[in-house]
Design a protein around this ligand. Structure first.
Ligand code: AMP
Length: 219
């Protein structure tokens, strides 16, 4: 298989960003997080960033046409020639249909964790303002509090990780993104991945994910 195109699905704070970053390294694929791209646009005060800011900070989804445009622009870059891993896209039926028209996806990894694990992950999450590395105050702490280990940037709690915004994001997920599970199940692309264990036990998770890719490659 020359190109590999992977979608990572899952509820907010299940660990999509952290696991996607590890999977993309192990698969040698570009990691595309629409959340990171949108946050960067907001930070840089681009036209898209200005339009997206209020949606993101309130926990709502950014309108489909804006995200689809952002996605198309990103995958047209030369580093996507070998394929890519999509973290946080698609998130609505309209986005999944747009993606279907643009390219053929090989597999959709559906990340699963219990409500307790999700609540713990979201409440302790901190991210780097500069390089978007994800930390957790207890599970993945920075060496120096508030300072990114990788680039020295400031780490912060996302506005939409505050409890009332998380509630909105979870209900948006139930209404708009969860239906994609059936959409991809019907195409026989969906594979569940249990990510309840802490990230230190990543090798166990990777073993399961690797088996999924071995199965795909043998087809
Ligand atoms: P994430 O970092 O994936 O949790 O995304 C953070 C926020 O960015 C979401 O709550 C949305 O406001 C916005 N966002 C990211 N990806 C998408 C998408 N595919 N469609 C619409 N909004 C998105």
């Amino acid at each position: 298989m020359n190109q590999l195109k992977v979608v990572v699905l899952g509820p907010p704070s299940v660990g999509k960003g952290t696991y996607s970053s590890r999977f993309s390294k192990d698969l040698d694929l570009v990691h595309i997080s629409t959340g990171d791209l949108i946050r960067k646009s907001i930070e840089d005060e681009t036209e898209l960033g200005k339009k997206a800011k209020d949606y993101v900070n309130s926990g709502e989804l950014v309108p489909d046409e804006l995200v689809i445009e952002l996605f198309k622009e990103r995958i047209s870059k030369p580093d996507c020639e070998k394929g890519f891993l999509l973290d946080g896209f698609p998130r609505t039926a309209a986005q999944a249909e747009a993606l279907d028209k643009i390219t053929k996806i090989d597999v959709v990894l559906n990340l699963i964790a219990s409500d307790e694990v999700i609540i713990d992950r979201v409440s302790g999450r901190r991210i780097c303002r500069k390089c978007a590395t994800i930390y957790h105050i207890r599970n993945i702490p920075t060496k120096v509090e508030g300072v990114c280990d990788k680039c020295g940037g400031e780490t912060y709690q996302r506005e939409d990780d505050k409890p009332e915004k998380v509630k909105t994001r979870l209900s948006v997920y139930q209404e708009k993104t969860k239906p994609l599970i059936d959409f991809y199940k019907n195409k026989d692309l969906l594979r569940d991945v249990d990510v309840n264990s802490p990230i230190e036990q990543y090798p166990k998770v990777w073993e399961n994910v690797k088996a999924i890719f071995d199965e795909i490659k043998s087809k």
